[in-house]
Every structure is written in C-alpha cells, then in structure tokens.
Design a protein. Structure first.
Length: 141
C-alpha cells in the first residue's frame, strides 16, 4: 500500500462511543483494539478497556482512526485532538517524511519496531501539529 494521510482522532475515554456514532452516521462498522488487548497497561488497570487503536474505514478515500488518551500520552485538549497519521509500506518515503517533518519540532517517540509488528514514531512539528508515522511490516501490510 502506498503512503496515505489519515486523520487520527483522540478522545478522553469516549473513543468507542464517538466511533460507534460516526459509524452509524457514515454507514461503516468501527474496529477496536484496547490497551489491555495489547498489554500496554497492566492487567486490571483502569485504562485496560479504553481504545488504543480503532479504525473506521468508510471507503478507500475515507478512513478515520481513533485512540483514547491515557497517562503518559500527549495531554488531551478538546478541539485540538486531531493528529495526522502517515501510513503505508513505502519505508523510504515514510522515514524521509518523518525526518523532514520533525525537523525543528519535538520527537515524542522515535521510529522503532512496535509490539504490533510495524515501525512507528510520533512527533510535534515546529508549527505545533502532531504527526504519527506507521510503516507497515510485510506481515501486517
């Protein structure tokens, strides 16, 4: 899959509710993975059932992604809770985009292999826009 740019919405504990609503409105079924399913928080943690990653794929051109914000992530602020997410398997392009777009900004998470098998990183650019870059591994592409 070539690189694509997708909005990534962040919520303060109600990502599931929001995406179920958006799905009903747009005629698509959301898919969710929780922080607990990925063992990103200890068993029994209050955030276990919150959404670590969700998707709503309405069409080839309309794809939204979602996460709840938990402790340790960038602070949630209503109205500014959208990040831009570059995704795909074009590693050369996506690594270059990460390097160039983050110049003069602040890297939150360097590009590194993640528990879901992809290479992922995030940063805030010099204009205050939060970006995520996810390079699909051959197994997940």
């Amino acid at each position: 899959m070539p690189a694509g740019l997708h909005p990534y919405l962040n919520f303060d504990g109600n990502a599931r509710e929001a995406f179920e609503f958006y799905g009903r409105c747009l005629g698509a079924m959301p898919q969710f993975s929780t922080f607990g399913e990925f063992q990103a928080v200890p068993e029994g943690h209050p955030a276990s059932d919150l959404i670590m990653h969700g998707s709503l794929e309405v069409s080839d051109l309309i794809k939204l992604y979602v996460s709840d914000v938990i402790e340790g992530m960038a602070a949630y602020s209503q109205g500014t809770n959208v990040t831009l997410s570059l995704m795909g398997d074009d590693e050369t392009f996506l690594r270059g985009a990460f390097e160039k777009l983050s110049e003069g900004g602040s890297i939150t998470m360097p590009l590194e292999k993640q528990m879901w098998g992809d290479i992922y990183g995030s940063f805030t650019d010099r204009f205050g826009i939060v970006w995520q870059v996810n390079i699909s591994s051959p197994e997940t592409a």
